[in-house]
Design a protein around this ligand. Structure first.
Ligand SMILES: [Zn+2]
Ligand SMILES: [Zn+2]
Length: 258
């Protein structure tokens, strides 16, 4: 069995010091591939340094909306200069976050668009982070309609109606451990039921969002993704292995992995 954690932050301080053990635990649990995601200039450098050391580990490079306010034109050129590198498989995460709004919305939009332009130019797929910002996210993605190779909305916790909008644009949806939670997830569970498996991916977003039944364990790590996969398979009425095979195939196709 093969599973790919399509969105992990293995170079965040919670995981970085133990990354070798974290990867070993992940493999032992059956999660044998990873996309580790850089979120600012320093993290981008870290993910680029990490990935050559591990088989089946790839990176996405981008600037998280939280950091949009600190971004210079030079940071954008830096991103562009590294994005074509070996084992860099996506631009991201990039997008809009109006939950925390650590950067002003207008600045977030500008930095999001600059990164979509790089993705379009380099024909790389995009990992989109969208929190409390669905409408603006869709408006901006629509502006790039026909120009982007592919898009996944990661850590999806929206409704079935929102999922439909993303699917109709031809894009992908990735679920985290949120689907295993006991409360306030009914709407997202409805969304799980309408996303075809050839448009669905799974991720931990570790070190955040430990799934049930290990929700109290911190930090979250890629090994924990099996709990999310089990829950999703159950919701879809499928065997774990059949479900795993399908979402892994989708992930490989999306990120163009061997
Ligand atoms: Zn995110
Ligand atoms: Zn993330």
């Amino acid at each position: 069995m093969e599973l790919i954690d399509t969105h992990a932050h293995l170079t965040f301080p919670e995981l970085e010091p133990d990354v070798e053990a974290v990867v070993a635990q992940s493999k032992a649990a059956g999660v044998t591939g990873w996309i580790t995601v850089g979120t600012d200039r320093q993290q981008i450098k870290k993910v680029i340094a990490l990935i050559p050391g591990y088989d089946n580990m790839y990176a996405a490079v981008g600037i998280h909306p939280h950091h949009a306010k600190d971004v210079s034109a030079e940071d954008i050129s830096f991103l562009k200069s590294v994005a074509g590198g070996e084992k860099i498989v996506a631009i991201g995460e990039t997008g809009l976050d109006y939950h925390y709004t650590r950067s002003e919305a207008e600045i977030q939009k500008k930095v999001f668009k600059a990164q979509l332009a790089i993705a379009a130019e380099l024909a790389l797929p995009v990992i989109v982070h969208s929190r409390n910002a669905f409408d603006d996210t869709i408006v901006i993605l629509s502006e790039f309609s026909g120009k982007l190779k592919n898009v996944v909305v990661h850590c999806f916790s929206g409704t079935a109606d929102q999922a439909k909008v993303i699917l109709e644009m031809g894009y992908y949806i990735s679920f985290t451990g949120i689907v295993t939670f006991k409360k306030k997830v009914a709407e997202t569970i409805e969304a799980v039921n309408i996303v075809p498996l050839d448009r669905m991916m799974v991720e931990t977003d570790c070190p955040f969002i430990s799934p049930e039944p290990v929700r109290n364990r911190r930090p979250c790590e890629p090994a924990f993704m099996v709990h999310t996969v089990r829950k999703l398979a159950e919701l879809r009425g499928m065997d774990f292995e059949d479900f795993a095979r399908e979402v892994t195939a989708t992930s490989k196709f999306f990120f163009n992995l061997p």
